[in-house]
Write a protein that binds this ligand. Structure first.
Ligand SMILES: [Zn+2]
Length: 200
């Protein structure tokens, strides 16, 4: 995967920020998980959500105008990876598009299942854990049954919440290949009562 430095202006305090961004995402050697999470070969996973260290605001950077490099005459500050409480805070932002909200809710889900530090943070804090579960619940409601990709995510969210019957009902609505390994594995996990995410 090719990574390049990009710079952009913080929309809140106008400081010039820089970060590494994907030039292209190579599917080769990428690991896909049953909940839709993708891990790339060099384990660099760059979120679309960043935090400005100057003003501490958290926002989606990908709707901003970015420059391919940092101008040498300018001071560029490295962005921060926002802590999980800021993700929950960002959810309250009414200016998010439905696509951004879906992305954010999925990122919160993955924070608890794929982020080593993040998952400890969530599991050891009952308040966060409740917020995290509420998020998964709302995400599940927002995912549609008409789109096969969203339908499978919805099924996985239900399995994760321990609602195995609902998960199986959703799998039956899948209009693609019925007998694929992915669907079989989900059914097998349910028979074992497992809510674990698995590699696809
Ligand atoms: Zn700022």
């Amino acid at each position: 995967m090719q990574v390049q430095t990009v710079s952009f202006e913080c929309p809140f305090c106008c400081v010039t920020l820089k970060m590494n961004a994907h030039l292209s995402l190579s599917e080769e050697n990428a690991t896909h998980y049953s909940d839709g999470y993708i891990e790339y070969e060099d384990s660099i996973r760059l979120s679309r959500i960043v935090q400005c260290p100057a003003c501490n605001e958290v926002f989606f950077y990908d709707s901003l105008e970015t420059q391919p490099l940092c101008n040498p005459d300018e001071i560029c500050v490295d962005i921060l990876e926002p802590p999980v409480d800021r993700y929950f805070e960002l959810l309250k932002n009414t200016g998010l598009t439905s696509e951004q909200e879906l992305y954010l809710r999925k990122e919160i889900w993955y924070y608890g299942t794929h982020h080593t530090v993040g998952s400890n943070e969530i599991l050891n804090n009952p308040d966060f854990k409740n917020l995290w579960l509420d998020n998964l619940e709302i995400l599940e409601q927002n995912l549609t049954e008409t789109d096969n990709e969203q339908l499978l995510l919805k099924a996985e969210a239900n399995r994760h919440l321990g609602r195995f019957i609902r998960c199986l009902e959703l799998l039956d609505k899948h209009t693609g290949e019925k007998d694929n390994k992915y669907l079989k594995t989900i059914r097998k996990k349910i028979r074992k009562g497992s809510t674990d995410v698995f590699e696809v």
